[in-house]
Design a protein. Structure first.
Length: 375
C-alpha cells in the first residue's frame, strides 16, 4: 500500500506527503492553539487561535519544503537526479538517485538547506518589524514572529555536525576532502550523528522523569530516527563500495520460471505460486517478455473468477521500470529497484528474458564481499 500521495510538482520535482506528516501537523496546530498563541494573543477568541495555528503550521511546512527544494535544486545543477521530495513526520527528505560525486558538490548541497532556512528567518523577521511599524493586527505579527523563530531554529538544528543532518554532511564533505576516503568520512560523521541522537534520547528520558510527557516522547522519537538514519547512511556507503564494478549478469539468476499469458489464475496459483513459492513470475509469450504477474494482483481478483481470468489480463505490462540490461552495474540496479519500489528486476535484451535480479541476490553478494573485506 502506498503510504504517500502526490501533492504538486515544482521545477519538475514531484512532492509527496506521507500520511505520517499529519501527525506532526496536528501536534503543531494543537501546541500553537493551546500553548503559544494564548500567551502572545490572550485577547484572541479560541476559534481565532486555532485558525492562527493552522495558518502558521502550513507556512512552517512550506518553509521546510523550501529547505528541501534548495537541496534538490543544487543537486539538479550538479547532474544529480531527484526522484521527488516527501514530507513526513520528521519534516522532509529529497530522494536522490545517487550520492554526490565530489566533496565540493556534497558541501554545496548540504549548505543550501540551512542557508534557505536562515534566509527565510531574515525575511519573516523583516516582515514582522515592517508590519509592526505599520500597525498591522497582533495576530499577523505573532504568526510571522513564530515563523522567524522556527526557521532560525531549523537552520541552527541542521548545522549540528551529526550525519545525516546538514551539518553532518558538511562535516563529511570536509573529512572526505582531506582524507580522500568517503567510507571513512561517512563512518566518522555517522558516529557524531549517533552521539547526537543519544543526547536527544537522554534529554527525552529526562523530560519523561520530570513530567513533560509530550516533549520527552518527541525528543526520544527524533533521537531514534536520527540514530537509524545515521546507521542506514553508513551502510549505504559500505554497500556502494562493495557493489561498484559488479555487473548484473555476474549475479543474476539465469534459470527463470516463466508463465504463459493465457494461463488462468486458478492454475497459476496451484501450479506456480504454491509449487515454487515466489511472489511474482515473468509472463512470456512466443519467447517474448510481456510483463510480470504478482501474487498481490491475483489476490485483487475475486476467487470465483480465477478460472476465467488469465495471467496476461492482470500482469504488470513491460516497462522500463521493470527491466535492466545485463551490463548495468548492480549498484545502479539497486537504485532502480528502490525507485520502482520493487524487490526484483527482469534482465532482458530485445524483449527476450535472459535472467532475473532480486534484492536477495544483491544482499548475498554484499554479505560475501563484506566478509572478505573483514578478513
Amino acid at each position: 500500500m502506498n503510504r504517500s500521495f502526490k501533492l504538486i510538482t515544482l521545477f519538475g520535482i514531484p512532492v509527496e506527503i506521507n500520511y505520517s506528516w499529519f501527525i506532526i501537523l496536528g501536534l503543531i496546530i494543537f501546541t500553537l492553539a493551546r500553548g503559544y498563541f494564548p500567551v502572545t494573543n490572550p485577547e484572541m477568541p479560541e476559534l481565532g487561535r486555532w485558525l492562527m495555528a493552522a495558518v502558521a503550521a502550513v507556512l512552517l511546512f512550506a518553509s521546510l519544503l523550501a529547505h528541501e527544494f534548495s537541496h534538490s535544486l543544487v543537486a539538479l545543477r550538479n547532474d544529480l537526479p531527484i526522484h521527488g521530495i516527501t514530507l513526513f513526520v520528521f519534516g522532509g527528505v529529497a530522494h536522490m538517485e545517487k550520492e554526490p560525486s565530489t566533496p565540493a558538490v556534497e558541501f554545496k548541497m548540504a549548505a543550501a538547506g540551512p542557508a534557505m532556512s536562515f534566509f527565510l528567518a531574515i525575511v519573516f523577521f523583516a516582515l514582522t518589524q515592517t508590519f509592526y511599524s505599520l500597525g498591522l493586527p497582533a495576530y499577523i505579527l505573532s504568526i510571522l514572529n513564530y515563523l522567524f523563530i522556527l526557521n532560525l531554529a531549523v537552520g541552527i538544528f541542521n548545522l549540528i555536525p551529526g550525519f545525516p543532518l546538514d551539518g553532518g554532511r558538511l562535516l563529511r564533505a570536509a573529512l572526505w576532502y582531506f582524507s580522500k576516503n568517503l567510507k571513512r568520512a561517512t563512518r566518522i560523521a555517522s558516529f557524531f550523528g549517533k552521539v547526537f541522537a543519544f543526547i536527544l534520547i537522554a534529554y527525552g528520558l529526562l523530560n519523561l522523569f520530570v513530567g513533560s510527557l509530550i516533549t520527552g516522547i518527541w525528543f526520544i522519537f527524533i533521537g531514534l530516527f536520527l540514530q537509524e538514519a545515521a546507521d542506514t547512511s553508513y551502510q549505504q556507503i559500505v554497500m556502494k563500495k562493495a557493489l561498484t564494478g559488479v555487473r548484473v549478469e555476474n549475479i543474476m539468476t539465469r534459470s527463470v520460471v516463466t508463465v504463459p499469458g493465457n494461463l488462468t489464475l486458478d492454475k497459476l496459483v496451484d501450479e506456480y505460486f504454491f509449487r515454487f513459492r515466489y511472489t511474482s513470475f515473468p509472463v512470456v509469450e512466443d519467447d517474448t517478455l510481456r510483463g510480470l504477474v504478482t501474487l498481490h494482483a491475483v489476490k485483487e481478483v475475486e476467487k470465483n473468477r480465477w478460472p476465467q481470468v488469465t495471467a496476461g489480463e492482470i500482469m504488470i505490462p513491460l516497462s522500463e521500470k521493470l527491466i535492466v540490461g545485463k551490463d548495468l552495474e548492480v549498484i545502479d540496479a539497486l537504485s532502480k529497484m528502490a525507485g520502482a519500489g520493487s524487490g526484483r528486476l527482469l534482465v532482458a535484451e530485445d524483449h527476450k528474458l535472459i535472467g532475473i535480479l532480486t534484492q536477495r541476490d544483491i544482499t548475498r553478494l554484499f554479505e560475501v564481499k563484506s566478509r572478505i573485506d573483514e578478513e
